[in-house]
Every structure is written in C-alpha cells, then in structure tokens.
Design a protein around this ligand. Structure first.
Ligand code: MN
Length: 221
C-alpha cells in the first residue's frame, strides 16, 4: 500500500480551500513530530493520564473580523471561528462556528493571506499555550476529547499567555454530522474569570511579535 499523507489525515477540506503556491499558510504535510511551541508550565498537581495538548487563538482580519480558537486533538487543530472573540466574563456567551480542521503547524502561522485567497487578510497569534481536558459527564466521570467533541460539550483548562482557567464549548445547533453548527465559548466561573475586563480590547497584540493586526497588515500586507 502506498503511504500518502494527503489522504485520511482529516485535512482534505483545509487543503482544498487553499492554493499553497499563493499563501504561506502550512500545507500540513510533514508537520508530524515537529517540536511544539514553547508552552507555559502546567500546574504540578495534574492527575496521571490527563489529556493535554496545545491551543492557539488567532485574530484574523478576514472579510469579517474573528478570532480562530483551535485545540490540538488527534493530530489536527480542531477549530472554531469566534466573531466577537473570547470573553473572560462567564455571563458572556460567545458564538463559535466550527471551521475545517487545521494542521498542527498552523499554530505557528502569523502573516497576511494574500488577496483573492481563502481567508484573505492578516492573521496574528493572539494567544497560545496548553490545554488540559477537564470534560466530564453528568456523573463527573472524565470524557476523552474526541467523545466530548462528538457529544457537543467540551471543557478545557487553559494555560495561555492571555487566557487561563476553565472554558467550555457547547454545541447549541446542529449535530456531529451537520455541516452547519453553532457552539458557544464561555468562560467558567473561577479565579481567572473577570467580568469587568474586555480582553480582546485591552490585549490586542500578538504574543509572538507584539504587533497589532493593523501593524501586521501595514508591514506585510
Ligand atoms: Mn479565520
């Protein structure tokens, strides 16, 4: 059997939408085993066998501004577009629309997608770090990420440079097979919550380059 990384890795839709001779976004080929980005330290009291992975939030000035929230699951980045960005206020439910799985390498991508290409516009690394799966069922038993995603309710504990503590993603429309789904991204009430803060407003810069979206576009657009 010929081995072909282009098939069966869950990134077919991602590649179909993009022309890699035009955009500098990663194709997702050959990014397995690549060393991860530096991660903030995880708490020392993590239970044995707990599921962790990287997460990234990219602010993306496409036709409509949004924040792409991505979690590493099963070798890809599960992705949602959040039009208003994350809120640290547990009373603020932010719409999160699933988008196609992205390659792991995408967590390192910051740049300007050229005009005429899918998602054209500047995209910066707004936050990054590590997540811990804290999803559980009604009896309090842990639920693996893939099952939690299929069921439409995921809880993660984030150790990012901006985002921290518990967050939940809950599907409110569509099922696991539906093309069109709507989810909500909500901060859990914990010490990292802050109802007074507007984190996308007061903390707009890339955690990698220190640039705002406007500065990135002015330099590279
Ligand atoms: Mn996007």
């Amino acid at each position: 059997m010929p081995s072909d990384k282009r098939t069966g890795d869950g990134l077919e839709e991602y590649r179909r939408k993009r022309d890699f001779s035009e955009t500098a976004e990663p194709s997702g080929e050959g990014d397995r085993g690549r060393p991860p980005a530096p991660r903030p330290a995880l708490p020392p009291d993590l239970p044995e066998g707990v599921e962790t992975g990287s997460f990234v939030v990219q602010q993306h000035g496409a036709r409509r501004l949004h924040w792409d929230f991505r979690l590493e699951v099963g070798g890809v980045l599960k992705s949602w577009a959040v039009p208003r960005g994350p809120s640290t206020n547990p009373a603020e439910k932010r719409l999160a629309v699933p988008t196609e799985d992205h390659p792991l390498d995408y967590q390192h991508y910051e740049g300007v997608i050229p005009r005429g290409n899918y998602g054209a516009g500047p995209s910066l690394i707004w936050d990054r770090g590590t997540y811990v799966n804290i999803s559980h069922d009604r009896r309090g038993r842990p639920v693996p990420m893939d099952k939690a995603l299929a069921k439409g309710h995921v809880s993660v504990w984030l150790a990012g440079e901006k985002l921290a503590g518990g967050w939940s993603l809950t599907r409110i429309e569509g099922d696991s097979t539906a093309g069109k789904q709507a989810w909500l991204l909500v901060k859990r009430a914990d010490p990292a919550a802050d109802a007074e803060r507007d984190i996308v407003e007061d903390s707009p810069r890339s955690v990698v380059s220190g640039r705002t979206l406007e500065e990135l576009f002015a330099e590279e657009g």
